[in-house]
Design a protein around this ligand. Structure first.
Ligand code: DGY
Length: 339
């Protein structure tokens, strides 16, 4: 009997067909978001799961699952961010966790720029005005926005996506400043359009456009609040393509309402898809439904990576994008030493 695999969301059938030689598949064709109870029920007896960020793999879920059945060996998410996985608990329960990094860097950086430009130049606000039949005459001070070219781009979180965002600044003659847990090597800074490392306070006060590209961990939850936003220029924009929970959304909404900052471009929200509806009443915010990596090519590449990870696992190899090496089973360690 072949091992069983849960594909927890509907996706590219031609890519999923690569799994059929290895697994008996259960595919969530309806594409419903499973509750914890449903996930446990469906994971019962499964070797692994391919999922997205909508599958919350908490310590309680793993404990409940492992108390009834110990088959689960790998959970493979189609995302670079894996804040939906309790990694410590996965390791404790000997479940390998994998993600799909790198292939989305450039596409996500493109989108960060799209949001920044749309926010700074008020593209969606102006389009809504036109669609609503409000355009009666052209005026000199019509939808005045902020320049991108020649301005200072701030990046919080200078990993691979942050660096890809920075590289694009060359064509716009921008100065790039960044803050990161660790300063980058000078040669990496050089390639990232000579990005200059600054302290966190300076990043908030000096940026004309500030892009958030850091990973989400419990420590950074609501780490952008009153202190940070009040340091920003009134003309500045804040762009979030990371995770919504990094920003205290009530503080941001207030800042947008009172004009404390000029605008925000948000692809991510603390509660998705049930985001804070107060954003809808604001004109100076561009809102998109978590689509930064959504190009056909990139999403297919991410799904392929998730597939590669589970196939490696079932073959007794180390999955290429393994997050928690400590969860490797003895058999896997043995195989990897042998090769
Ligand atoms: C990612 O890859 O982390 C995207 O945000 C999709 O979840």
């Amino acid at each position: 009997m072949r091992p069983k695999l849960l594909v927890a969301r509907a996706m590219f059938p031609d890519l999923l067909s690569r799994l059929t030689p290895y697994f008996d598949l259960e595919i969530n064709q309806e594409d419903r978001i499973f509750t914890e109870d449903e996930l446990i029920e469906r994971l019962h007896g499964k070797f692994g799961m391919i999922c997205t960020s909508s599958a919350k793999i908490s310590s309680s879920l793993l404990q409940r699952l492992k108390s009834i059945n110990d088959d689960l060996k790998i959970i493979s998410t189609i995302a670079v961010g894996y804040d939906n996985f309790d990694i410590a608990s996965c390791t404790e329960n000997r479940v390998m966790a994998t993600n799909s990094p790198d292939v989305l860097n450039e596409t996500t950086a493109d989108f960060a720029w799209a949001l920044m430009m749309a926010t700074a130049r008020r593209v969606t606000e102006a389009e809504a005005f036109l669609r609503d039949g409000e355009w009666k005459k052209w005026s000199v001070d019509f939808f005045l926005g902020a320049d991108i070219h020649g301005s200072t781009l701030g990046i919080l979180g200078m990993g691979r996506i942050g660096q890809a965002i920075a590289r694009r600044a060359a064509g716009f003659g921008m100065q790039v400043i960044y803050h990161n847990r660790q300063r980058l090597d000078p040669d990496i800074e050089l390639k990232a359009h000579c990005a200059e490392y600054v302290d966190r306070e300076t990043l908030f006060s000096a940026s004309d456009h500030l892009i958030l590209a850091l990973p989400f961990t419990p420590e950074v939850r609501h780490s952008i609040g009153v202190a940070e936003i009040s340091r920003m220029k009134r003309s500045a924009t804040l762009i979030n393509i990371a995770r919504g929970g990094i920003v205290d959304e009530d503080v941001l909404i207030d800042a947008l309402r009172t004009g404390q900052i000029a605008g925000a471009g948000l692809d991510v929200f603390e509660n998705e898809p049930n985001f804070n509806r107060a954003f809808l009443d604001l004109k100076n915010v561009v809102l998109t439904p978590h689509i930064a990596s959504a190009s056909e090519q990139t999403r297919r590449a991410m799904v392929s990576q998730a597939i590669n990870n589970v196939i490696a696992a079932v073959k007794g190899e180390i999955p290429p994008n393994l997050i928690n090496r400590q969860a490797l089973h003895l058999g896997f360690e043995q195989n990897s030493r042998d090769t």
